[in-house]
Ligand binder design. Structure first.
Ligand code: FAD
Ligand code: ZN
Length: 468
């Protein structure tokens, strides 16, 4: 039956777009190199009609479909399992910008458009598509929406969900739902769009999206501030919000050890401030000019220095310097990877609860895993930390991961509960956190999720074994 399915797919798409042999690791191995699967075939449709035809053929044959965009997901949700029986459907060839409406501030794009290309297409019209993350050169809009990606601009613009007005989706039955609306107000029944956003390919395949745009700011600049405690970082956030309002577009925090790793593995990167317990990266966008933004930063940080909230600060003097500060922040995951395998956490909490959570959980980890090193950094403005746990100095990272991952996760996730936190802020559930979802969501929430899954995908063929 499967050989005849492959034959059908070849007739539908042309043999060149149905891959079954050779090195398929670009699609079968995930970005973290943690999950390697084997696909019955990698198929690369070039249009919505072709996606629908593939899904119909797979549904008729009872074969599962795993959608994939840029394969940069971090939870093992976008690669096939090891059975060799699933079809990997890559959206990469669907990369057209379909339309830009400058008056309505919207743009409609194919799901396989790379995020950076979408940002550039908007910029060519003097407009901004604000979603921004370190994988933007490879990840796709379809993947961003399927995972409801966050990134560095959430504080001002929200997650991918908040930047999407409409979707086109191929359902599990192979029907095409055209929900490509550019309306900002439309209360006509259940919100189907929001069901598919964040569903990680388990309810249907996103083939296009209508996205929200904004005018490009006249200027944007960054500053770096050294704080001696997380309480001070939170106080600085409140002050920056009060002073800069919607002009505050980024507020990232970097723990001492995270920046020490950057210094160790990328020694040529400039470090404008000396070592501090916490370093904050602030970004401001301005409708006036860079000089105006800089003046506002100087006033804000001057007052924070006087109040003792900040111990030291520097404001970028040029676009190149502003970029260099971001580069420092974005180098942390790479520096951490150079240091060895680690246990990653992508958690969120009310901002107000972060200092107490970290004080409590840091101490617990040290008690149970002496010498463990915390690479704590992230989007403090969104209450989202990458609270990563690295093996003690000199220990074997891979061995530490295998031996302790479960216990470390349990300790960290249990500690989130009394503070009202979440064990997955932006990366999603995928394969990695399925057990946590089952264990930590309420029975009512799980029952509702299973009802939605079985209503939309009764055969269970859309990315099975992920999320639920
Ligand atoms: P893939 O990895 O291909 O797929 C991800 C999931 O979505 C899978 O479950 C897949 O089945 C599903 N999917 C993909 N396309 C579709 C589609 N068209 N229809 C239905 N389902 C689909 N995430 C953040 O939120 N914030 C960050 O700051 C961030 N930084 C990152 C930095 C790096 C260096 C890397 C490697 C990843 C980062 N991520 C971040 C993870 C993030 O989830 C992905 O980068 C991105 O959103 C996924 O897009 P993708 O096209 O690569 O999707
Ligand atoms: Zn992040």
């Amino acid at each position: 039956m499967n050989a005849s399915l492959v034959q059908t797919l070849r007739l539908q798409l042309g043999a060149a777009q149905v891959l079954t042999e050779g090195d398929l690791s670009a699609w079968e191995l995930d970005w973290r190199r943690r999950w390697r699967g084997r696909a019955l075939a990698v198929v690369r449709p070039g249009s919505t009609a072709e996606v629908a035809a593939v899904v119909q053929a797979c549904a008729a044959a009872g074969v599962a479909v795993v959608p994939q965009g840029g394969n940069t997901g971090l939870v093992g949700g976008g690669v096939p399992d090891a059975s060799g029986s699933q079809v990997l459907l890559s959206l990469q060839r669907m990369n057209r910008v379909r339309a830009i409406d400058t008056a309505n501030l919207t743009m409609t794009v194919d799901a396989g458009c790379v995020l950076q290309a979408v940002q550039q297409a908007a910029a060519e019209h003097g407009l901004l598509f604000p979603l921004s993350l370190a994988a933007e050169g490879s990840c796709t809009i379809g993947g961003n929406l399927a995972t409801n990606a966050g990134g560095t601009q959430v504080l001002r613009w929200g997650n991918a969900r908040e930047l999407c007005l409409g979707l086109e989706v191929v359902t599990a039955q192979g029907d095409v739902w055209d929900g490509l609306s550019g309306l900002r107000k439309d209360n006509t029944g259940y919100d189907l769009r929001d069901l598919f956003i964040g569903s990680e390919g388990t309810l249907g395949i996103i083939t296009a999206a209508t996205l929200k745009l904004a005018p490009q700011p006249a200027a944007s600049t960054t500053a770096l501030a050294a704080c001696s405690s997380l309480d001070d970082c939170v106080a600085l956030l409140s002050l920056a919000r009060a002073r800069l309002g919607a002009g505050l577009t980024g507020f990232e925090v970097m723990g001492r050890f995270a920046l020490q790793l950057v210094a160790r593995h990328f020694p040529t990167l400039p470090r404008p401030l000396p070592d501090a317990p916490w370093t904050v990266l602030l970004e401001q966008s301005d409708t006036e000019s860079e000089a105006a933004a800089r003046t506002r930063f100087e006033a804000l940080l001057g007052d924070a220095l006087e109040a003792g909230t900040v111990d030291d600060a520097v404001v970028a003097e040029s676009i190149a310097q502003a970029k260099a500060l971001w580069h420092l922040r974005e180098s942390i995951p790479l520096a951490q990877a150079e240091e060895g395998l680690n246990i990653k956490h992508d958690i969120s909490l009310p901002v107000s609860a972060i200092p107490a959570f970290c004080a409590h959980t840091d101490a617990l980890l040290e008690r149970h895993f002496p010498g463990v090193r915390l690479v704590n950094f992230g989007h403090l403005g969104d209450g989202n930390l990458h609270y990563n746990v690295q093996a003690p100095a000199g220990a074997d990272g891979a061995k530490f991961l295998v031996t302790h991952e479960h216990a470390v996760n349990t300790l960290v996730f249990d500690a989130l509960q009394p503070h009202g936190g979440s064990f997955s802020a932006e990366h999603g559930i995928g394969e990695l956190k399925r057990g946590e979802l089952a264990a930590r969501k309420s029975p009512v929430a799980l029952r509702l999720m299973h009802s939605i899954k079985s209503a939309l995908d009764p055969q269970g063929l859309m990315n099975p074994g992920r999320v639920l």
